[in-house]
Design a protein around this ligand. Structure first.
Ligand SMILES: C[S@@+](CC[C@H](N)C(=O)[O-])C[C@H]1O[C@@H](n2cnc3c(N)ncnc32)[C@H](O)[C@@H]1O
Length: 246
């Protein structure tokens, strides 16, 4: 399992990605392409694919520093955010508890700008729990959830099929599943023997079809700022599924 998600660098990049205002990611001193602006707020846009009704329990797997978990908590009475990274979960938990978290945006070289991440407005911290855990070895007694979200997680797992096989018991009958993936399969995270043999979409359909019906496919771009002049722009394939009633 890669430990890159424990590093200070990735922690700062993800706090910026999840919590920074648009002008903190794309400062107004430069004219940024419209496509970069359209790629902001990814953790909110993936969650927006769920229905709007209030439900009891939501699960956010691979939640990183937690923004999508907070967004889910607007319409879920309780949300469990889970991530393998201790550093990410510590940050999410601090924000949940109302702490203002200082982090540093890298400009270039050793130049950094101090910024503050805060819990998003209008979400009570008491609705959330953040746990460090492994999405491929979920406890048998975790129960079932009305909403399960996993954004940009599948292609970071060593055996993603294990998670797909666990999903039917994790999502309540009639419940919703949102999967987002940029399909960036890399040996560093996933041995090639465990990459989809076909397209990722065909692989998802084959694994989930008996248990879930595919409701919607969409593209959601996202932007991760590394320095003042270096950004990763990617697009995630989002699939929205409904758990079939038994
Ligand atoms: C590419 S990031 C995506 C994070 C977040 N969902 C987002 O969209 O910004 C992948 C996340 O998956 C987490 N992760 C990797 N392997 C995991 C595992 N086995 N169980 C739980 N989380 C894992 C990493 O720590 C990291 O936070």
């Amino acid at each position: 399992m890669s430990s890159i998600y424990e590093s200070e660098k990735l922690l700062a990049e993800y706090l910026l990605f999840h919590y920074a205002a648009a002008e903190e990611i794309l400062p107004p001193d430069r004219a940024w392409p419209a496509g970069m602006r359209a790629a902001l707020e990814f953790p909110c846009r993936t969650v927006a694919h769920f229905g709007k009704a209030q439900v009891a329990r939501g699960l956010d797997l691979g939640c990183a520093v937690g923004r999508s978990s907070f967004e889910m908590a607007r319409t879920c009475d309780k949300v469990l955010g889970m991530d393998f990274s201790h550093a990410f979960i510590r940050a999410a938990e601090a924000l949940r508890g109302g702490e203002a978290l200082e982090y540093h945006r890298l400009e270039e070289g050793a130049q950094r700008t101090a910024l503050i991440a805060r819990r998003p407005g209008g979400v009570a911290g008491g609705r959330l729990q953040f746990w460090q855990g492994d999405a491929m070895h979920l406890a048998a007694d975790l129960g079932a959830f009305e909403r399960v979200h996993a954004a940009n997680l599948l292609c970071r797992l060593s055996e993603p099929l294990r998670l797909l096989e666990r999903l039917p018991s994790l999502v309540q009958p009639g419940g919703e599943l949102v999967l987002a993936t940029p399909c960036t399969w890399l040996e560093e995270f996933t041995p090639p023997a465990h990459w989809p043999a076909t397209s990722t979409l065909a692989w998802l359909k084959a694994a989930l079809a008996p248990w879930f019906s595919l409701q919607q496919e969409a593209e959601e771009p996202f932007l991760i700022r590394e320095t003042a002049r270096k950004f990763q722009w990617s697009t995630a394939m989002v699939t929205v599924w409904q758990r079939c009633k038994d």
